[in-house]
Design a protein around this ligand. Structure first.
Ligand code: HEC
Length: 169
């Protein structure tokens, strides 16, 4: 009996209350505020776990040469830096006006593998400002940008130079 009461309360009443709040317009929807620490951690873990599971059998089909990484860097600057920032130029829009904010990769490189980044970019992340690039960018280019981001904290010298000097545009 106790179990049943607990079940009904926890399993039905609380979600119903949440929905009632939402439908009455009582849930905040603005993107111009910062998520609390607990919420970022919880959602961040769920996103990382899902990417890790989905990417388990996926392999980067490209050979990761300087050319691959430079092409990825170029793609990053044209398609991603507007939200994720460039070295010495964080994106104010991305860092302040998205919920959750767009991570600034120059300050903190993504803790993800190339296949995980590939999936995040190709299919996007639900209920966030990260849209999917499927059909917008060829898979080869997504792999290039994913290879580049996965090596952001261990770039070969030529690529590190290009990252520092702002070339190629
Ligand atoms: C319009 C803004 C915007 C653009 C453009 C954009 N992103 Fe994002 N991206 C976001 C936001 C916001 C998040 C945070 C989503 C979350 O944490 O749930 C995100 C998350 C990510 C993540 C997951 C990071 C993590 O640690 O969980 C990766 C990887 C990523 N973006 C790569 C890219 C790449 C590569 C491009 C360019 C091809 C790109 N993004 C373009 C807004 C953007």
């Amino acid at each position: 009996m106790k179990f049943l009461t607990g079940f009904l309360l926890g399993g039905l009443a609380l979600p119903a209350l949440g929905l009632a709040f939402g439908f009455r317009g009582a849930l905040p929807i603005a993107a111009t505020s910062f998520p609390p620490e607990w919420e970022s951690r919880l959602v961040g873990r769920a996103v990382t776990a899902s990417l890790a599971r989905e990417a388990e059998w996926l392999k980067n089909p490209l050979e990761v040469t300087d050319e691959t990484l430079l092409a990825g860097l170029k793609r990053y600057r044209t398609g991603c830096a507007g939200c994720h920032g460039d070295l010495g130029h964080p994106s104010h829009w991305g860092a302040r006006n998205f919920y959750p904010p767009a991570p600034q990769f120059a300050e903190r490189p993504p803790a993800l593998t190339a296949p995980q980044i590939f999936l995040a970019v190709k299919h996007g992340i639900r209920y966030s400002g990260m849209g999917g690039w499927d059909g917008e960018m060829p898979d080869e280019d997504i792999w290039r940008v994913a290879s580049f981001l996965a090596r952001l904290d261990s770039m070969p010298p030529r690529v590190a130079d290009a990252w520092k000097t702002g070339a190629p545009k």
